[in-house]
Design a binder for this molecule. Structure first.
Ligand SMILES: C[S@@+](CC[C@H](N)C(=O)[O-])C[C@H]1O[C@@H](n2cnc3c(N)ncnc32)[C@H](O)[C@@H]1O
Length: 229
C-alpha cells in the first residue's frame, strides 16, 4: 500500500516536469522495482506494475463512483482486514486435508485459526468423527459460508484468533502467511500445553525448525510443518 501511495503522490510532480504519459510510465516501473526489492512474493511486482495503467484505463470508461465503493466493500467482506493482517483467503488443498486426517491425534480438541470457509473443518467432520472441532474466522464473507456449510457440532466463531486461548486445544492448525507466523508462534508458546501439536501449512516459524515436515507433493511444493509443544 505504501508503494502505491508513494507512486501516486509522485504522479503530480512528475507530470509537471515531464509529460503525463512519461510520468505514468516511470511510476509503475519505480513501483515494480520497489516491490521487487521489498516483497517476498513474486506476484506483488506485477500488481504494482499494472496498478496505475489499469487505473488510467478504467478512468477512460464512464464507471459510476459507487461501483468502486461496492468493489471495496466486497473486498472487505471476503478478505476482512487483510491490509493489516497480511493474510489473504486461500484454501487448504486435498493433499493437506488427507494428511491432516492421518496426523491429528485421536479424540483431540482441534482448532483451525483463520479457518476461511471451513474447508478443513468440513473435511475432518466427515472423516474424523472422534474429533471435537472448532474454527475462528475474522472476515464476514468466508465466515458466513462456513456457517451455512458446517454441521452444528462444529464451534464456529467470527472472532480474531488473537483473542482465543489456544490452551484449550490439543491440536492447532494454521494456514496464514509468513507475516503472521512470528506473533502466532509467541501466542502458541505462551498458551499451548506441553505435548500438544501445532501445525502450519506452508509457512515456517523463523528460526524455529519444525519437529516434523510432511511433503504434500502438490504443484506448489506445499508442506505441513509440525511442532510438538
Ligand atoms: C489462507 S486462509 C486459510 C483458510 C483455511 N484455514 C484453510 O486452510 O482452508 C486464512 C484465513 O485467515 C483469516 N484470518 C487472518 N487473520 C485472522 C485473525 N487474526 N483472526 C481470524 N481469522 C484471520 C483470513 O480472513 C483468511 O480467511
Amino acid at each position: 500500500m505504501l508503494i502505491t501511495l508513494v507512486s501516486l503522490l509522485l504522479l503530480f510532480p512528475l507530470s509537471h516536469f515531464f509529460s503525463p504519459l512519461a510520468a505514468t510510465m516511470v511510476i509503475p516501473l519505480t513501483a515494480f522495482i520497489a516491490a521487487y526489492v521489498l516483497h517476498d512474493r513474486f506476484w506483488w511486482k506485477w500488481m504494482h506494475l499494472c496498478f496505475l495503467p489499469l487505473l488510467i484505463v478504467c478512468s477512460q470508461f464512464d464507471i459510476q463512483s459507487y461501483w468502486y465503493l461496492l468493489a471495496l466493500l466486497l473486498c472487505w467482506f471476503i478478505f476482512g482486514r487483510v491490509m493489516i493482517s497480511r493474510v489473504p483467503l486461500y484454501l487448504s488443498n486435498r493433499a493437506a486435508l488427507q494428511q491432516l486426517q492421518g496426523i491429528v491425534p485421536e479424540q483431540a480438541n482441534f482448532l483451525d485459526i483463520g479457518a476461511g470457509t471451513g474447508t478443513v473443518l468440513h473435511y475432518l467432520a466427515q472423516h474424523r468423527a472422534d474429533l471435537n472441532l472448532s474454527g475462528v474466522e475474522y472476515a464476514k464473507g468466508p465466515w458466513l459460508l462456513g456457517k451455512i456449510r458446517l454441521p452444528a457440532k462444529v464451534a464456529w466463531l467470527n472472532v480474531d484468533y488473537k483473542n482465543v486461548d489456544l490452551g484449550a486445544f490439543e491440536c492447532v492448525y494454521a494456514f496464514l502467511s509468513s507475516a503472521a507466523m512470528p506473533d502466532l508462534w509467541q501466542q502458541a508458546v505462551q498458551q499451548m500445553r506441553p505435548g500438544t501439536l501445532f501445525i502450519s501449512n506452508t509457512f515456517v516459524v523463523p528460526e524455529i525448525p519444525a519437529d516434523q515436515v510432511i511433503d504434500l507433493n502438490d504443484w506448489k511444493d506445499g508442506k505441513l510443518f509440525l511442532w510438538r509443544m
